[in-house]
Structure formats: C-alpha cells, structure tokens
Design a protein around this ligand. Structure first.
Ligand code: DC
Length: 232
C-alpha cells in the first residue's frame, strides 16, 4: 500500500449501497470513514425532538438555524461499526428510522444547515486519508478529491434493499412506503437549489443494480489502486 494518502468522495442516490462500499473500502485501506448523511439525519432528529418540524414536514428554519451552536455531532467507532453521537448521545439507530428519513430532505435543503455541515465535513478531511459518502462530497465538500465515485441503481432495487434492511432491524414499514420515500427523496435531493445531487464531471459512474456486494467492493478497490497509481 502506498503511504501517500488521498481523499475519496462517494456520492449517489439514497440506498444505492454507497455507504456499505465506502465503509468496506475505508476498513480495507485503513482510512477514516465519514457518513455525511448521518450528520443531516442527526440535525433532523434534533429538530424533531425540539418540535421544529410539523407533521406535514414543514421545518421551522429560523429556530433550527439559531440552534446550530447547540448541535454537536461526533462519530464513535463501535464493534458493529461507526455510531453517530448527537450532543453526547448515541443516536445511531434512531436516525435510521423512517420518521427521520421522511423529514431529512427538508432539513438538507436549508442553506445555513448545509454550510455548517459542509464546514464540519471539510474539517474531518483536512489530513486526507478519508472516505466520505453523501450527495455533494465530490462537487462541494471535496471538489479536489483524488477519487470520486457516483453510485446509482434503479429506485425499485434501492427500495427493496432499504426495505430488507429495515425489516432485519425489526422496523415496521411496507415496500410501498419505502419506495415512496426513496422516490420523494431523489426528487428533493436532485432539485434543491443548494448543492443538488449531481455527478461531478470527473466522478466515475457506477450502476450497481446487477452487482453483488463482493463485485462492487472489488470494483472499488481497483479504482482506488488506479487513483493511487495516478497520484504518485
Ligand atoms: O445517505 P442518507 O440517506 O443517510 O442521507 C440522508 C439525507 O441527507 C438525504 O435525503 C440527503 C441528505 N444528504 C445531503 O443532502 N447531503 C449529503 N452530503 C448527505 C446526505
């Protein structure tokens, strides 16, 4: 392995499997892994708990932006992977629930929230040696990343994967509910004004609809090896 570290940005649609591949790569090459979506989810949980989101998903932006100095997000490495810590509390399983998923896009459109989280994400990556996944990592957070991947799969494939994951975690939801959530989030992510979800011009596109996890992990490690060779 080369001792010259790089920055790796993995963006893509919700439930495209980008987090699993990002985590597996980070573990294999000994890099730090950051799930930027978890940060938007943690802010959303904070807003929900503080009655800043109405049942029809309207966010009290002013109140939430004013609360930013009171929202501290960290990550902790645990036996079963990385956990998200919100103001000292482990919220890893809470932020994955469907009620958070249903509100998070509304929080992620708020420019002040994005600016604050992007600054935090950039500070995590200051020393390189990082794999970060999200929606705007290759375009906004790390535009100079040496390796950028953009992952996609059909909405039905992604909903099936997410539904299976939720069932395995014992969370109640139907496939139709999960598919509706995936389609709605795609639309909000792609059409928001502030850093919409889009492939960076220099990102490598991966459609993993018909790939096994092992195949995608092998594909990614090959791309990493090529990026390291080009970076010498
Ligand atoms: O990857 P995820 O499903 O956990 O992301 C949750 C939400 O956060 C998703 O709807 C889009 C938003 N997000 C974002 O806007 N920018 C990022 N870098 C990461 C996530």
């Amino acid at each position: 392995m080369s001792n010259k570290t790089i920055t790796i940005a993995i963006d893509g649609y919700s439930s495209s499997g980008k987090s699993s591949m990002a985590k597996a790569l980070a573990k294999k090459i000994g890099y730090r892994y950051i799930d930027s979506g978890a940060m938007y989810r943690a802010v959303t949980l904070y807003a929900m708990r503080n009655n800043m989101i109405s049942p029809d998903h309207i966010v009290d932006c002013d109140a939430l932006v004013a609360s930013l100095p009171h929202i501290k997000i960290d990550f902790k490495v645990c036996e079963d992977g990385q956990h998200t810590i919100l103001n000292g509390e482990d919220v890893e399983s809470l932020i994955r629930q469907l009620d958070v998923s249903n509100n998070v896009s509304q929080v992620a459109v708020i420019p002040e929230i994005r600016h604050a989280l992007v600054a935090m994400q950039q500070s995590f990556g200051i020393e390189k040696g990082i794999v970060m996944d999200g929606r705007d990592i290759g375009t906004t957070v790390f535009p100079n990343a040496e390796l950028k991947i953009f992952v996609n799969a059909s909405a039905e494939t992604r909903a099936m994967r997410r539904h299976k994951e939720l069932i395995e975690k014992g969370q109640q939801s139907t496939y139709e509910e999960v598919l509706a959530n995936v389609v709605t989030r795609d639309h909000i992510d792609e059409t928001r004004k502030e850093s919409p979800l889009r492939k960076a011009d220099d990102a490598i596109l991966l459609d993993n609809s018909n790939m096994s996890i092992a195949e995608q992990d092998t594909w990614l490690i090959n791309e990493y090896n090529k990026a390291i060779a080009n970076n010498k």
